[in-house]
Design a protein around this ligand. Structure first.
Ligand code: ZN
Length: 299
């Protein structure tokens, strides 16, 4: 079987990548894998739950993928990929990713993508790892990857990162960031994806708000750009989606959701994020925020 095409969802966390992955994953011939960048630590080493609810080590999909790709998952393999990641896959390296370990690092991802496509009988895999640095590694190493940059109003993103949410995997609180830190990372990730696009990589940008306001039109436009030919949306009824189980290896709690999902915009940041934080995030993210159509820096 030839190499599958990879749709890589990029952007800062809490920007709607998990929802977009689930929706695209309902298309025929497309299999969503979750955040493959975290598969090594959270899946193989920590044995956290797959999107299907089973532990990674007993999920039949991931067992098949591991057998095909590596003759089975091992801690040694996962530790090796994690070590390579710390050397190669760094945001600060985005401008010039050329590293002796790049080929070995990307080979592990290629094997996962290919084995997952074969196991699912799909031609396209989705990796929602988000990190621009991994997108750069894949593109640099010649993987047939199309990057979808998902952007969301940074004040909404900052509000989401400031809230306390328990991880369904282990009940521990999800990472929280200050609005300052979120603004810095929002800029860094989006700027890095802009650099990647300027270097000629296929990068398509969508806004989370547009996806929620007009799911059918947004997905139809995106599928056209991505060349997804067998395009049908029976799982979508206006702003209601019906999601089936997916074997996402890691990601936002939304990956466990099955059945009816209302696609509704969450503007809680307008009340929930203090005024001085709204102003801070608006000021720090201003140039890119304006470029993405998020308007003036009004609080
Ligand atoms: Zn599973």
């Amino acid at each position: 079987m030839s190499e599958p095409r990879v749709i890589f969802l990029g952007g800062l966390g809490r920007s709607g990548t998990t929802l977009l992955e689930r929706l695209l994953g309902e298309l025929p011939g497309v299999v969503p894998l979750g955040e493959v960048v975290h598969l090594w630590e959270r899946g193989v080493l920590a044995d956290e739950a797959c999107g299907c609810g089973r532990a990674f080590s007993v999920c039949p999909f991931w067992v098949r993928v591991g057998d095909r790709a590596f003759n089975g998952w091992t801690a040694m393999l996962a530790e090796r990929v994690v070590a390579l990641r710390h050397r190669v896959d760094r945001t600060r390296r985005v401008a010039r990713i050329a590293h002796a370990d790049l080929a070995e690092y990307v080979r592990a991802y290629r094997r996962v993508y290919r084995a997952a496509a074969e196991a699912a009988g799909a031609r396209v895999v989705i990796d929602s790892s988000k990190h621009a640095s991994l997108a750069c590694c894949l593109v640099e190493a010649g993987v047939d990857a199309q990057v979808v940059q998902v952007v969301r109003e940074p004040r909404a993103v900052a509000h989401s990162w400031s809230r306390s949410v328990a991880r369904p995997e282990d009940g521990q609180p999800m990472t929280r960031w200050t609005p300052l830190r979120t603004a810095v990372h929002w800029n860094a990730q989006n700027f890095a994806l802009e650099v990647l696009a300027r270097r000629g990589a296929p990068v398509t940008r969508i806004r989370y708000e547009d996806l929620l306001a007009a799911p059918e039109a947004t997905l139809t436009g995106l599928a056209g750009v991505l060349g997804l030919t067998e395009f049908r949306l029976p799982f979508l009824d206006g702003t209601t989606a019906y999601l089936t189980t997916s074997h996402t290896s890691s990601g936002n709690p939304m990956r466990f959701k099955v059945g009816r999902v209302e696609l509704a915009r969450d503007d809680a940041w307008r009340q929930g994020l203090p005024r001085h934080h709204r102003g801070l995030v608006a000021a720090l993210t201003w140039p890119l925020r304006a470029r993405y159509g998020y308007g003036r820096a009004t609080a």
